[in-house]
Design a protein around this ligand. Sequence first.
Ligand SMILES: [Mn+2]
Length: 418
Amino acid sequence: MNPLDKRVNYIEKIVPNSLTILFSGTDIVRSGDQYFPFEADKNFYYMTAINQSNVAFVLIKKEKEIIEKLFIEKNDEIMVKWEGAKLTKAEASKISWINEVHFFEEFETFIEDYLGINDVKTIYLDFKEKKKPGYTTMAYDFQREFVLKHKDSDIEIKDCTPIFQHIRMVKASDEIEHIKESVEHTRNGIEFMMANCRKDMYEYQLASFFAFALKYNGDKKVAFPTVVAGGKNATVLHYSKRNEILNKKDLVLVDVGCQTNYYCSDITRTFPISGKFSKRQRDVYEEVLLVNNMCIASAIKGTTLTELNNYATDLLIKACYRLKLITKDEDIKKYYWHSVSHFLGLDTHDVGFRDMPLQPGHVITIEPGLYIEEENIGIRIEDDILITDGAPINLSVDIMKEPIDIQNYMKRNKNRLI
Ligand SMILES: [Mn+2]
Protein backbone atom coordinates (compact mmCIF):
# COMPACT_ATOMS: atom_id res chain seq x y z
CA MET A 1 0.00 0.00 0.00
CA ASN A 2 1.46 3.36 -0.94
CA PRO A 3 1.35 6.27 1.53
CA LEU A 4 -1.50 7.84 -0.43
CA ASP A 5 -3.80 4.91 0.43
CA LYS A 6 -2.79 5.13 4.08
CA ARG A 7 -3.76 8.82 4.07
CA VAL A 8 -7.21 7.92 2.76
CA ASN A 9 -7.96 6.13 6.05
CA TYR A 10 -6.96 9.25 7.95
CA ILE A 11 -8.92 11.63 5.73
CA GLU A 12 -12.12 9.66 6.36
CA LYS A 13 -11.81 10.29 10.08
CA ILE A 14 -11.32 14.08 10.13
CA VAL A 15 -13.73 16.97 9.70
CA PRO A 16 -13.79 19.15 6.55
CA ASN A 17 -12.40 22.69 6.55
CA SER A 18 -9.46 21.47 8.52
CA LEU A 19 -5.71 21.58 8.40
CA THR A 20 -3.61 18.70 9.68
CA ILE A 21 0.00 19.56 10.41
CA LEU A 22 2.46 16.78 11.18
CA PHE A 23 6.18 17.13 11.83
CA SER A 24 8.89 14.52 11.36
CA GLY A 25 10.79 15.80 14.41
CA THR A 26 14.14 17.41 15.01
CA ASP A 27 17.61 15.98 15.46
CA ILE A 28 18.46 15.46 19.12
CA VAL A 29 21.91 16.35 20.42
CA ARG A 30 23.74 13.45 22.02
CA SER A 31 26.73 15.51 23.18
CA GLY A 32 29.00 18.15 21.67
CA ASP A 33 28.46 18.18 17.92
CA GLN A 34 27.05 14.64 17.86
CA TYR A 35 23.42 13.76 17.30
CA PHE A 36 21.43 10.63 18.10
CA PRO A 37 20.52 8.66 14.97
CA PHE A 38 17.36 10.27 13.65
CA GLU A 39 14.10 8.38 13.45
CA ALA A 40 11.01 10.15 12.18
CA ASP A 41 7.89 10.38 14.28
CA LYS A 42 5.93 7.21 13.49
CA ASN A 43 2.60 8.88 12.68
CA PHE A 44 4.38 11.25 10.33
CA TYR A 45 6.22 8.31 8.76
CA TYR A 46 2.98 6.35 8.42
CA MET A 47 1.47 9.18 6.38
CA THR A 48 4.50 10.13 4.26
CA ALA A 49 7.03 7.25 4.24
CA ILE A 50 9.69 9.94 4.78
CA ASN A 51 12.41 9.54 7.37
CA GLN A 52 14.18 12.90 7.53
CA SER A 53 14.33 15.56 10.21
CA ASN A 54 12.64 18.97 10.03
CA VAL A 55 9.96 18.05 7.53
CA ALA A 56 6.37 19.23 7.83
CA PHE A 57 3.35 17.66 6.17
CA VAL A 58 0.21 19.69 5.70
CA LEU A 59 -3.06 18.03 4.74
CA ILE A 60 -5.98 20.29 3.98
CA LYS A 61 -9.45 18.82 3.88
CA LYS A 62 -11.96 21.11 2.22
CA GLU A 63 -15.60 20.21 1.56
CA LYS A 64 -14.76 18.61 -1.79
CA GLU A 65 -11.01 18.76 -2.14
CA ILE A 66 -7.87 17.48 -0.51
CA ILE A 67 -4.62 19.45 -0.70
CA GLU A 68 -1.36 17.87 0.44
CA LYS A 69 1.93 19.68 0.85
CA LEU A 70 5.32 18.70 2.12
CA PHE A 71 7.90 21.17 3.43
CA ILE A 72 11.49 19.91 3.43
CA GLU A 73 14.86 21.42 4.29
CA LYS A 74 17.02 22.87 1.54
CA ASN A 75 20.33 21.21 0.85
CA ASP A 76 23.22 23.27 2.15
CA GLU A 77 26.30 22.99 -0.11
CA ILE A 78 28.74 22.73 2.78
CA MET A 79 26.63 20.24 4.75
CA VAL A 80 26.29 18.06 1.65
CA LYS A 81 30.08 17.76 1.62
CA TRP A 82 30.13 16.74 5.29
CA GLU A 83 26.97 14.70 5.82
CA GLY A 84 25.63 13.88 2.35
CA ALA A 85 22.58 15.23 0.59
CA LYS A 86 19.09 15.49 2.02
CA LEU A 87 16.11 14.54 -0.12
CA THR A 88 15.45 16.73 -3.12
CA LYS A 89 11.90 17.91 -3.84
CA ALA A 90 11.57 15.28 -6.58
CA GLU A 91 12.82 12.49 -4.33
CA ALA A 92 10.55 13.51 -1.44
CA SER A 93 7.60 13.65 -3.82
CA LYS A 94 8.34 10.21 -5.24
CA ILE A 95 8.61 8.56 -1.81
CA SER A 96 5.57 10.26 -0.29
CA TRP A 97 3.24 10.45 -3.31
CA ILE A 98 2.78 14.12 -2.45
CA ASN A 99 2.92 16.30 -5.53
CA GLU A 100 3.51 19.67 -3.95
CA VAL A 101 6.85 19.88 -2.17
CA HIS A 102 8.19 23.20 -0.87
CA PHE A 103 11.11 24.29 1.24
CA PHE A 104 10.63 24.48 4.98
CA GLU A 105 11.36 28.21 5.05
CA GLU A 106 8.04 28.73 3.20
CA PHE A 107 6.03 26.78 5.79
CA GLU A 108 5.08 29.56 8.17
CA THR A 109 4.11 32.01 5.41
CA PHE A 110 2.05 29.35 3.69
CA ILE A 111 0.08 28.59 6.86
CA GLU A 112 -0.54 32.27 7.64
CA ASP A 113 -1.57 33.09 4.06
CA TYR A 114 -3.85 30.07 3.91
CA LEU A 115 -5.56 30.91 7.20
CA GLY A 116 -5.95 34.53 6.02
CA ILE A 117 -8.06 33.69 2.99
CA ASN A 118 -9.78 30.42 3.94
CA ASP A 119 -12.40 29.57 6.50
CA VAL A 120 -10.53 26.97 8.53
CA LYS A 121 -12.48 25.58 11.47
CA THR A 122 -10.04 23.02 12.84
CA ILE A 123 -6.31 22.46 13.06
CA TYR A 124 -5.18 18.95 13.90
CA LEU A 125 -1.83 18.56 15.66
CA ASP A 126 -0.25 15.34 16.90
CA PHE A 127 0.32 15.90 20.62
CA LYS A 128 1.00 12.23 21.51
CA GLU A 129 0.73 12.49 25.23
CA LYS A 130 -0.02 14.94 27.95
CA LYS A 131 2.64 17.60 28.01
CA LYS A 132 5.23 16.94 30.67
CA PRO A 133 7.14 19.85 32.20
CA GLY A 134 10.07 20.81 30.01
CA TYR A 135 8.94 18.51 27.20
CA THR A 136 8.27 20.04 23.82
CA THR A 137 7.85 18.96 20.22
CA MET A 138 7.34 20.83 16.97
CA ALA A 139 3.58 20.34 17.45
CA TYR A 140 3.62 22.03 20.87
CA ASP A 141 5.85 24.82 19.54
CA PHE A 142 3.46 25.38 16.66
CA GLN A 143 0.48 25.50 19.02
CA ARG A 144 2.16 28.02 21.31
CA GLU A 145 3.07 30.35 18.45
CA PHE A 146 -0.33 29.95 16.85
CA VAL A 147 -2.13 30.92 20.05
CA LEU A 148 0.11 33.99 20.44
CA LYS A 149 -0.47 35.11 16.86
CA HIS A 150 -4.19 34.37 16.72
CA LYS A 151 -5.50 35.43 20.12
CA ASP A 152 -9.07 36.02 18.89
CA SER A 153 -9.26 33.09 16.55
CA ASP A 154 -12.15 30.66 16.88
CA ILE A 155 -10.20 27.89 15.14
CA GLU A 156 -10.28 24.77 17.25
CA ILE A 157 -7.03 22.92 17.81
CA LYS A 158 -7.57 19.18 18.05
CA ASP A 159 -5.25 16.32 18.93
CA CYS A 160 -5.10 13.77 16.08
CA THR A 161 -3.15 11.20 18.09
CA PRO A 162 -6.25 9.02 18.78
CA ILE A 163 -7.02 8.83 15.04
CA PHE A 164 -3.60 7.30 14.43
CA GLN A 165 -4.11 4.89 17.29
CA HIS A 166 -7.10 3.55 15.37
CA ILE A 167 -5.79 3.51 11.82
CA ARG A 168 -2.34 2.11 12.63
CA MET A 169 -3.87 -0.93 14.37
CA VAL A 170 -4.90 -2.52 11.07
CA LYS A 171 -1.82 -3.36 9.04
CA ALA A 172 -1.79 -3.26 5.24
CA SER A 173 -0.13 -6.08 3.31
CA ASP A 174 3.14 -4.17 2.86
CA GLU A 175 3.34 -3.52 6.59
CA ILE A 176 2.83 -7.23 7.29
CA GLU A 177 5.60 -8.04 4.80
CA HIS A 178 7.96 -5.67 6.63
CA ILE A 179 7.12 -7.30 9.98
CA LYS A 180 7.72 -10.75 8.44
CA GLU A 181 11.10 -9.63 7.17
CA SER A 182 11.92 -8.25 10.58
CA VAL A 183 10.92 -11.57 12.20
CA GLU A 184 13.16 -13.40 9.75
CA HIS A 185 16.18 -11.34 10.78
CA THR A 186 15.31 -12.03 14.39
CA ARG A 187 15.12 -15.77 13.70
CA ASN A 188 18.56 -15.63 12.18
CA GLY A 189 19.93 -13.74 15.19
CA ILE A 190 18.36 -16.12 17.73
CA GLU A 191 19.75 -19.18 15.94
CA PHE A 192 23.14 -17.48 15.88
CA MET A 193 22.93 -17.05 19.64
CA MET A 194 21.80 -20.65 20.20
CA ALA A 195 24.63 -21.97 18.02
CA ASN A 196 27.29 -19.93 19.80
CA CYS A 197 26.06 -20.05 23.38
CA ARG A 198 28.73 -21.40 25.74
CA LYS A 199 28.91 -21.80 29.49
CA ASP A 200 30.93 -19.12 31.33
CA MET A 201 30.30 -16.62 28.56
CA TYR A 202 29.13 -13.18 29.67
CA GLU A 203 25.54 -12.27 28.86
CA TYR A 204 26.80 -9.37 26.74
CA GLN A 205 28.91 -11.77 24.73
CA LEU A 206 25.87 -13.86 23.89
CA ALA A 207 24.01 -10.64 23.02
CA SER A 208 26.80 -9.67 20.63
CA PHE A 209 25.94 -12.62 18.38
CA PHE A 210 22.45 -11.20 17.90
CA ALA A 211 23.86 -7.76 17.10
CA PHE A 212 26.38 -9.31 14.70
CA ALA A 213 23.69 -11.28 12.83
CA LEU A 214 21.57 -8.15 12.40
CA LYS A 215 24.44 -5.98 11.27
CA TYR A 216 26.05 -8.57 9.00
CA ASN A 217 22.80 -9.42 7.24
CA GLY A 218 21.82 -5.97 6.06
CA ASP A 219 22.87 -3.49 8.75
CA LYS A 220 19.59 -3.89 10.62
CA LYS A 221 18.85 -2.14 13.88
CA VAL A 222 17.48 -3.65 17.05
CA ALA A 223 13.87 -2.70 17.76
CA PHE A 224 14.65 -2.32 21.50
CA PRO A 225 17.57 -3.02 23.84
CA THR A 226 18.42 -6.70 23.62
CA VAL A 227 17.59 -8.71 26.74
CA VAL A 228 19.94 -11.60 27.48
CA ALA A 229 19.29 -12.87 30.98
CA GLY A 230 20.83 -15.98 32.49
CA GLY A 231 19.28 -17.88 35.41
CA LYS A 232 17.44 -15.69 37.89
CA ASN A 233 18.21 -12.52 35.90
CA ALA A 234 15.42 -13.72 33.62
CA THR A 235 12.95 -12.94 36.40
CA VAL A 236 13.56 -9.22 35.71
CA LEU A 237 11.38 -8.50 32.68
CA HIS A 238 13.45 -5.84 30.95
CA TYR A 239 16.83 -6.89 32.39
CA SER A 240 19.37 -4.80 30.52
CA LYS A 241 22.67 -5.09 32.41
CA ARG A 242 23.93 -8.15 30.54
CA ASN A 243 27.09 -8.23 32.65
CA GLU A 244 26.88 -11.61 34.37
CA ILE A 245 28.37 -14.96 33.50
CA LEU A 246 26.14 -17.66 32.01
CA ASN A 247 26.13 -20.64 34.32
CA LYS A 248 26.02 -24.03 32.62
CA LYS A 249 23.19 -25.25 34.87
CA ASP A 250 20.91 -22.32 33.97
CA LEU A 251 18.57 -21.34 31.22
CA VAL A 252 19.06 -18.11 29.32
CA LEU A 253 16.16 -15.92 28.24
CA VAL A 254 16.62 -13.77 25.14
CA ASP A 255 14.00 -11.12 24.37
CA VAL A 256 15.06 -9.60 21.08
CA GLY A 257 13.72 -7.70 18.14
CA CYS A 258 14.76 -6.19 14.86
CA GLN A 259 13.51 -3.17 12.98
CA THR A 260 13.16 -3.50 9.21
CA ASN A 261 11.79 -0.59 7.18
CA TYR A 262 10.78 0.85 10.57
CA TYR A 263 8.60 -2.19 11.39
CA CYS A 264 9.46 -4.17 14.49
CA SER A 265 9.58 -7.78 15.56
CA ASP A 266 9.58 -8.83 19.20
CA ILE A 267 10.50 -12.42 20.04
CA THR A 268 11.46 -14.21 23.24
CA ARG A 269 13.08 -17.60 23.44
CA THR A 270 14.49 -19.42 26.45
CA PHE A 271 17.07 -22.16 26.08
CA PRO A 272 19.53 -24.15 28.22
CA ILE A 273 23.05 -22.75 28.34
CA SER A 274 24.45 -26.29 28.30
CA GLY A 275 22.26 -27.25 25.35
CA LYS A 276 20.17 -29.62 27.46
CA PHE A 277 17.19 -28.87 29.74
CA SER A 278 17.14 -30.35 33.24
CA LYS A 279 13.96 -32.25 34.16
CA ARG A 280 12.57 -29.35 36.19
CA GLN A 281 13.49 -26.73 33.61
CA ARG A 282 11.81 -28.81 30.94
CA ASP A 283 8.66 -29.28 33.04
CA VAL A 284 8.30 -25.55 33.57
CA TYR A 285 9.17 -24.84 29.94
CA GLU A 286 6.53 -27.27 28.63
CA GLU A 287 3.89 -25.54 30.77
CA VAL A 288 4.78 -22.10 29.39
CA LEU A 289 4.89 -23.50 25.85
CA LEU A 290 1.42 -24.98 26.29
CA VAL A 291 0.07 -21.57 27.35
CA ASN A 292 1.90 -19.93 24.44
CA ASN A 293 0.31 -22.32 21.94
CA MET A 294 -3.17 -22.13 23.49
CA CYS A 295 -3.13 -18.34 23.54
CA ILE A 296 -1.96 -18.19 19.94
CA ALA A 297 -4.86 -20.43 18.91
CA SER A 298 -7.23 -18.11 20.81
CA ALA A 299 -5.99 -14.92 19.17
CA ILE A 300 -9.01 -14.75 16.92
CA LYS A 301 -11.11 -11.95 15.52
CA GLY A 302 -13.43 -10.46 18.15
CA THR A 303 -11.41 -11.26 21.25
CA THR A 304 -9.51 -8.53 23.13
CA LEU A 305 -6.02 -8.34 24.61
CA THR A 306 -7.55 -8.08 28.07
CA GLU A 307 -9.50 -11.31 27.47
CA LEU A 308 -6.38 -13.03 26.14
CA ASN A 309 -4.48 -12.04 29.26
CA ASN A 310 -7.26 -13.32 31.53
CA TYR A 311 -7.16 -16.59 29.62
CA ALA A 312 -3.36 -16.80 29.88
CA THR A 313 -3.51 -16.07 33.60
CA ASP A 314 -6.07 -18.85 34.17
CA LEU A 315 -3.90 -21.31 32.26
CA LEU A 316 -0.77 -20.25 34.13
CA ILE A 317 -2.57 -20.68 37.47
CA LYS A 318 -3.37 -24.28 36.51
CA ALA A 319 0.24 -24.76 35.42
CA CYS A 320 1.52 -23.42 38.74
CA TYR A 321 -0.62 -25.91 40.66
CA ARG A 322 0.81 -28.74 38.55
CA LEU A 323 4.31 -27.41 39.17
CA LYS A 324 3.55 -27.26 42.90
CA LEU A 325 4.36 -23.57 43.05
CA ILE A 326 1.11 -22.24 44.48
CA THR A 327 -1.66 -23.34 46.81
CA LYS A 328 -4.14 -20.56 45.99
CA ASP A 329 -4.98 -18.71 42.74
CA GLU A 330 -3.88 -15.25 43.93
CA ASP A 331 -0.32 -16.44 44.38
CA ILE A 332 0.09 -16.46 40.59
CA LYS A 333 1.18 -12.82 40.92
CA LYS A 334 4.44 -14.05 42.37
CA TYR A 335 5.25 -15.99 39.19
CA TYR A 336 3.44 -14.07 36.43
CA TRP A 337 2.60 -10.37 36.59
CA HIS A 338 2.92 -8.83 33.14
CA SER A 339 0.50 -8.98 30.22
CA VAL A 340 0.45 -11.72 27.63
CA SER A 341 0.13 -9.44 24.64
CA HIS A 342 0.69 -6.06 23.06
CA PHE A 343 0.26 -4.64 19.59
CA LEU A 344 3.25 -4.65 17.26
CA GLY A 345 4.07 -2.46 14.26
CA LEU A 346 6.05 0.72 13.69
CA ASP A 347 6.58 0.68 17.45
CA THR A 348 7.45 -2.42 19.45
CA HIS A 349 4.67 -1.56 21.86
CA ASP A 350 2.50 -0.31 19.04
CA VAL A 351 -0.56 1.90 19.29
CA GLY A 352 -3.88 0.17 19.94
CA PHE A 353 -6.65 -0.43 22.41
CA ARG A 354 -6.50 -3.37 24.78
CA ASP A 355 -10.28 -3.62 25.05
CA MET A 356 -11.10 -3.30 21.38
CA PRO A 357 -12.04 -6.58 19.63
CA LEU A 358 -9.22 -7.86 17.45
CA GLN A 359 -9.70 -7.50 13.71
CA PRO A 360 -8.00 -9.03 10.67
CA GLY A 361 -4.77 -7.10 10.08
CA HIS A 362 -3.96 -6.56 13.73
CA VAL A 363 -0.54 -7.84 14.74
CA ILE A 364 0.05 -8.75 18.37
CA THR A 365 2.56 -10.60 20.49
CA ILE A 366 1.74 -13.66 22.60
CA GLU A 367 4.23 -13.92 25.45
CA PRO A 368 3.33 -15.95 28.53
CA GLY A 369 6.03 -16.51 31.11
CA LEU A 370 6.77 -17.97 34.51
CA TYR A 371 9.45 -16.49 36.74
CA ILE A 372 10.58 -18.63 39.66
CA GLU A 373 13.30 -16.66 41.39
CA GLU A 374 13.90 -19.24 44.12
CA GLU A 375 14.75 -21.83 41.45
CA ASN A 376 16.79 -19.49 39.20
CA ILE A 377 14.27 -20.09 36.44
CA GLY A 378 12.72 -17.42 34.25
CA ILE A 379 10.94 -18.58 31.11
CA ARG A 380 9.06 -16.54 28.53
CA ILE A 381 8.12 -17.66 25.04
CA GLU A 382 6.99 -14.88 22.73
CA ASP A 383 5.69 -15.03 19.17
CA ASP A 384 4.34 -12.43 16.75
CA ILE A 385 0.81 -13.15 15.56
CA LEU A 386 -1.28 -11.84 12.66
CA ILE A 387 -5.04 -11.80 13.23
CA THR A 388 -7.08 -12.95 10.22
CA ASP A 389 -10.67 -13.79 9.36
CA GLY A 390 -9.90 -17.40 10.25
CA ALA A 391 -7.12 -18.98 12.24
CA PRO A 392 -4.36 -16.68 13.50
CA ILE A 393 -1.07 -16.77 11.61
CA ASN A 394 2.07 -17.17 13.67
CA LEU A 395 4.59 -14.97 11.85
CA SER A 396 7.41 -16.44 13.95
CA VAL A 397 6.45 -20.08 13.41
CA ASP A 398 9.93 -20.77 12.00
CA ILE A 399 11.72 -19.74 15.18
CA MET A 400 12.18 -23.01 17.03
CA LYS A 401 10.60 -23.38 20.46
CA GLU A 402 10.06 -27.13 20.97
CA PRO A 403 12.63 -28.33 23.54
CA ILE A 404 13.67 -31.23 21.34
CA ASP A 405 14.30 -28.92 18.37
CA ILE A 406 16.34 -26.53 20.51
CA GLN A 407 18.41 -29.33 22.00
CA ASN A 408 19.05 -30.95 18.62
CA TYR A 409 19.98 -27.63 17.08
CA MET A 410 22.42 -26.78 19.87
CA LYS A 411 23.93 -30.25 19.68
CA ARG A 412 24.39 -30.02 15.90
CA ASN A 413 26.14 -26.68 16.38
CA LYS A 414 28.28 -27.59 19.35
CA ASN A 415 31.46 -26.73 17.45
CA ARG A 416 30.25 -23.37 16.19
CA LEU A 417 31.77 -20.25 17.61
CA ILE A 418 30.57 -17.78 15.03
MN1 LIG B 1 6.91 -8.14 23.71
